[in-house]
Design a protein around this ligand. Structure first.
Ligand code: ZN
Ligand code: ZN
Ligand code: ZN
Ligand code: ZN
Ligand code: ZN
Ligand code: ZN
Length: 442
């Protein structure tokens, strides 16, 4: 019933004789019953009957034989019905006839028109570059997001919207040209250093009582607009640029070992902090060496990282370890394979929660097991303490050992500290160098 009703409405729009071209008018004489399909005849009862009859008579094609330009259907449903009808007609009309060819052309036009109506913004580009943002057109229709520009909801079903692939700034297509905030991704690449002063306020007066970002007038009294402080930059923002988002602020972590995301930050700080989260840019030893004195977990992690760096040369020269991709177990913390003193904010968060200690201990155990137990090639690269020449094979990452800084030889820690002279291996090598009979080193 619903179908018929819609079909009837569709036809109603197109029985207007003024819509028809001249040639068609002549052809239509053959199809006199057409004239029955007048709008005033569409009473509820007559409708089904009339429509069915028109369809049965195969007269419907006349609706589509008008020039495409005069086509006025604006409703998607109606267009879909018209397309169905066109398809049916094509099958019914004599093969290769002129009318069938015309109908095929019309079907194509109808489909194009439908496509246009279903996605009216089809002509909007998929990628737009603006203030260093790289906006990519979103396909998702159902997700409800908030526009970072106008702070209202993005209705994916009816509105076109974009997300920056760099900083995840989201906005309506219509708001795009109003954007004044440059992409924070570029800030991350140009200036990959955190502000490490806790909430470095300069005062509203120094900001001319304006939002630090968009320059809207603001005040703490909320007149004309509420001033909100960002705990990361210390500056004040308007409510469009500061949504009271909470974040872990690096300065508070470094100085107070404080992780509660109680502090509120502006939108662009939030995006910046999110992008920086996994970047190993914090050299704790330099920024706050005192941390190691009272955060035990940090000392533990530092030891595990130092051990892993000592294990790395074994893996780089071991075919089996390479094949087993052992070092790749640290692929999401690549810096752990490169140095032992740079930390990302995520590392520190995971250290404070205990997560990093767990996962790193596990990796450390796997690595040590390969070198000391599973792999003959790696085992063969162990050391015998040259000071006492006793005991098990030693490895530089064993807990009771000391390593010569010059030749990397490994000794029992006790033997090494008792030894008041120099490293025997270094001494031997020096002697050989000076021996004219044996110029080659062992
Ligand atoms: Zn918007
Ligand atoms: Zn961006
Ligand atoms: Zn603002
Ligand atoms: Zn090995
Ligand atoms: Zn020893
Ligand atoms: Zn040595």
């Amino acid at each position: 019933m619903e179908y018929d009703e819609r079909l009837a409405r569709f036809r109603q729009c197109h029985v207007n004789p003024f819509n028809r071209g001249e040639e068609e008018g002549a052809r239509e004489d053959k199809h006199a019953p057409q004239h029955e399909v007048r709008p005033e005849l569409f009473s509820t009862e007559a409708k089904t009957q009339t429509v069915d009859r028109t369809m049965d008579l195969g007269l419907a094609e006349d609706h589509f034989s008008r020039p495409v330009g005069s086509f006025v259907a604006s409703d998607i449903e109606q267009l879909k019905l018209a397309i169905e009808e066109c398809k049916r007609l094509i099958l019914e009309l004599p093969e290769h006839s002129e009318r069938q060819k015309d109908t095929v052309v019309k079907l194509i036009h109808l489909r194009l028109k439908l496509q246009e109506l279903e996605d009216p913004e089809e002509d909007e580009p998929n990628l737009r570059v603006l203030l260093e943002h790289r906006f990519s057109k979103e396909k998702s229709k159902s997700v409800k997001q908030t526009c970072d520009k106008c702070s209202t909801i993005i209705w994916g079903l009816i509105q076109t919207w974009y997300t920056c692939t760099g900083c995840y700034y989201r906005c309506h297509s219509k708001c795009m040209n109003l954007i004044t905030k440059p992409c924070v991704r570029s800030k991350v690449s140009h200036q990959s250093e955190y502000e490490l002063n806790i909430c470095p306020e300069i005062g509203l007066d120094r900001q001319d009582y304006r939002c630090a970002e968009c320059r809207t007038p603001v005040s703490l009294r909320g007149v004309p607009s509420e001033a909100r402080q960002c705990d990361y930059t210390g500056q004040y923002y308007c409510s469009s640029c500061h949504w009271n988002d909470t974040a872990v602020v690096p300065a508070r972590v470094i100085h107070n070992w404080e992780f509660e995301p109680r502090k509120q930050v502006c939108r662009s700080s939030m995006r910046y902090l999110a992008l920086m989260m996994s970047r190993p840019v914090l050299k704790l030893r330099e920024i706050n060496p005192l941390l190691f004195n009272f955060v035990e977990e940090l000392v533990e992690i530092r030891k595990l990282r130092q051990d892993i760096l000592l294990m790395k040369p074994y893996f780089l020269t071991c075919k089996e370890a390479m094949e087993a991709r052992l070092l790749l177990q640290l692929h999401d913390r690549q810096h752990f394979v490169e140095n032992d003193d740079m930390y990302s904010l995520q590392d520190l968060i995971d250290i404070s929660s205990g997560r990093l200690s767990c996962s790193l201990t596990e990796i450390h155990t796997t690595f040590a097991k390969h070198i000391k137990l599973d792999c003959e090639r790696c085992q063969a690269k162990g050391f015998v303490c040259e000071l006492c020449k006793e005991g098990d094979v030693l490895f530089p990452f064993d807990s009771h050992t000391s390593v010569c800084h010059d030749c990397s030889a490994v000794f029992h820690r006790d033997c090494y500290y008792d030894n008041s002279t120099t490293c025997p291996r270094c001494t031997r090598m020096t002697e050989r160098k000076h021996d004219p009979e044996n110029p080659q080193e062992a």
